[in-house]
Write a protein that binds this ligand. Sequence first.
Ligand SMILES: Cc1ncc(COP(=O)(O)O)c(C=O)c1O
Length: 318
Amino acid sequence: MKQNHVLDFDPLTDFVICCGQSEAFAATILATIDQGDEVLIFDPAYETYESCIILAGGIPVYVPLDPPYWTLNVDKFMRSFTGRTKAVVLNSYSPHNPTGKVFSKEELEVIAAACCQMDCLAITDEVYEYITFDTHKHLSIASLPMMKERTIITSSLSKTFSVTGWRIGWACAPTAIASAIRNIHIKVTDSAPAPFQEAALAALQSPPEYFSSLKADYVAKRNFLIKMLSEVGFQVHNKPQGSVFIFAELPKTCLLSDIDFVKELIEKAGVAAVPGRGFFHGDCNDQTQQSRYVRFAFCKSNDTLSAADQKMRSCVGK
Ligand SMILES: Cc1ncc(COP(=O)(O)O)c(C=O)c1O
């Protein structure tokens, strides 16, 4: 944390090692959100945040990002705060699932200023922190002025080391908040698996070349998939700046909905993708637009990506 994010937390008091980011996030919400507290989340969003907030008695409030580049709409964001807003969830913002966007420093400064002004917590999901491309870099909102004391970072090994099954993640927070999260963690799972905590230590000490080759591999896979999707007619408005996803708009000539398209793709080409509407929430976004996106993942072997390429091209006759 200190080396990569220039953040100085005490390893003994400020970290809670959990069973993946999923548990770290759930324990954070249960420790900080009370009945009736409102929690802002950017839309579209990875799907697990909402249920944790509801389980804690909180109220998820979605703030739509503006397509096609999923930019922060400052006006909509500021209007989403009320006297009951307790926290802003920075849902895998740097980079973001499903869009692959990396929030800019300017956007993070707006969010940070609002959190300070409205006396809110920032709860982050940073699982793709090492998977950023081109000139884009991960920046934790906790490193902005006055934010360390009001930010809870959650992250995990799952994406950086392709070990989702190890179930090792963490919450990192100011000491008093970390202690509250630890209380929940102990009552829910007691401990993350000890052998994998040892393995995590070794993984996190990987040399810098590991992290640079991870990025290089994913850049090549991203470029391969963008080329294929563009050539079969998909509209890839924003080249992912990070993550392992491309959130593409269906070809203009395709009259199917996202769900019907994905069903056909599985049946005819044996290729699976995720219908975009699963990532949108509330009624603040236009329904038609929500059914026009499909999320493709490129965290696959090159052989699998090549096979998918051939099957998709033969399916659409290109
Ligand atoms: C944005 C995001 N956060 C969290 C997770 C889950 O992470 P973990 O395996 O550490 O629980 C995922 C997995 O797909 C994800 O995409």
